[in-house]
Write a protein that binds this ligand. Structure first.
Ligand SMILES: O=C(O)C1=C[C@@H](OP(=O)(O)O)[C@@H](O)[C@H](O)C1
Ligand SMILES: C=C(OP(=O)(O)O)C(=O)O
Length: 422
């Protein structure tokens, strides 16, 4: 039975320091690069959650050895890639888009499947691109099969990556191991989540790979060795946003230690968003501290580059004053669930006034009432419900456990934050 979680109400201003586990996006890139590298890698402070455990299992099933090191670190020893193997993608975009190119480098038959909702997520572009680069793949969405021969010619491919930046990232991450590397050209409406592509490029370069990004809408990865990694994974800044939001909506103060002064994580954009909504935002040696105002202001903002922050921003907007407009996020219809429809339905279910537009949401902040908040198997829908519940008595979040996709113990962390306040 799905767990019903009465979201705790804040009895006053939330005041806490909240350390966050590692970044999902960095951890899963690091695992892929380490599995393809020229020697054993050490990943310290990786995220250990459903998405990253699925990535580790997928790479293990293809031959890599991934073992526990001290303090939750991971040691990765690459090996010749081979099937047969069965890859469970769960609902992880990074697994379903980053692992097929790795599988195309293996010998044997590798079958992929995932959660029911994962079968609806856009994927055909990656599989078509891999076919164009020489791979033998049957299917165009989950479930599908890769028939690997142990090598991939690679070369030039043009794709429409407007549905997901992960199409580009997935091809680039394995490309040093393609015989001719890869040149990926994008043709179509704008690519979302640009910082995530910059993260991919930066991590490849850090591993000694040559990447040319000098032409607009084009990425060139030269073939060559991937240097083994010895990395400290940054905390997950997108997962930090519900905790920072707790300070913002209650007029409290929350510090996230270890906030990097420079990062490719899109979650860093929360600093500007919260400042625009009237919060005081300070980044110093203690970390990032957000102090909420008496009343949050509405915001008009293009979130295309940082779409995964939308559920948090929508919750903030619903608790602000006046009308907020969130745009540039049509691609969220292909995320864990159709996030625009889900946010519209759930906020309106609490008495809100929210309307979907072609590429976003218009949110009028009105008094909300308690009620059921459905998660749609979406970790960020669940955490958005928790934010609202701080200020709206009687919000009951269905399936809070779905947060384990990217946070091992969200309910425990949320309760600890509120207990520290008391
Ligand atoms: O590469 C990544 O790690 C991610 C890219 C983004 O995907 P989209 O470009 O599909 O939005 C983001 O939303 C997702 O949470 C993680
Ligand atoms: C879109 C997201 O995840 P995924 O990596 O599964 O695409 C997300 O975490 O908001």
């Amino acid at each position: 039975m799905t767990q019903l979680w009465p979201a705790p109400v804040a009895t006053g201003a939330v005041r806490a320091t909240v350390p966050l586990p590692g970044s999902k996006s960095i951890t899963n890139r690091a695992l892929v690069l380490a599995a393809l590298a020229d020697g054993p890698s050490e990943l310290r402070a990786p995220l250990r959650s459903r998405d990253t455990e699925l990535m580790a299992s997928a790479l293990r099933s293809l031959g890599a050895t991934i073992t526990d090191g001290p303090d939750g670190s991971w040691r990765v020893i690459p090996a010749d890639l081979r099937g047969p193997a069965e890859v469970d993608c769960g609902l992880a975009g990074t697994v379903m888009r980053f692992v097929p190119p790795v599988a195309a480098l293996a010998v044997g038959r590798i079958s992929f499947d995932g959660d029911p909702q994962a079968r609806k997520r856009p994927l055909g572009t990656v599989l078509d691109a891999l076919r164009a680069l020489g791979a033998d793949i049957t299917g165009s969405s989950l479930p599908f099969e890769v028939h690997g021969t142990g090598a991939l010619p690679g070369g030039v491919v043009t794709i429409d990556a407007s549905a997901s930046s992960q199409f580009v990232s997935g091809l680039l991450l394995s490309a040093p191991r393609f015989e001719q590397g890869v040149t990926v050209r994008h043709s179509g409406p704008p690519v979302p989540s640009q910082p995530h592509i910059e993260m991919t490029v930066e991590m490849l370069r850090d591993a000694g790979v040559t990447v040319d990004t000098s032409r607009r809408h084009q990425w060139r990865v030269e073939p060559g060795p991937i240097r083994a990694l010895d990395s400290d994974i940054e905390p997950d800044l997108s997962n930090a946003t519900p905790f920072l939001a707790a300070a913002a909506v209650t007029g409290g103060s929350v510090t996230v230690p270890g906030w990097p002064s420079r990062t490719t994580q899109p979650g860093d954009a929360i600093r500007e968003i919260l400042a625009r909504m009237g919060a005081d935002v300070r980044l110093d040696s203690d970390g990032l501290t957000v102090t909420g105002p008496d009343q949050l202001e509405p915001v008009e903002i293009d979130l295309r580059a940082v779409g995964e922050l939308t559920p948090t921003v929508a919750a903030l907007a619903a608790l602000a004053s006046g009308r907020s407009r969130l745009r540039g996020i049509a691609h969220l219809r292909g995320h864990e669930t159709d996030r625009l429809a889900a946010l519209e339905a759930e906020l309106n279910g609490l008495g809100g006034q929210v309307q979907q537009t072609e590429d976003g949401l218009v949110i009028d902040a009105v008094p909300l009432t308690g009620g059921a908040w459905h998660s749609y198997a979406d970790h960020r829908m669940a955490t958005a419900g928790a934010i609202l519940g701080l200020e709206v008595p009687g919000v009951v979040v269905e399936d809070i456990a779905t947060t384990s996709k990217t946070i091992p113990d969200f309910p425990g962390m949320w309760t600890a934050m509120l207990e520290e306040t008391a």
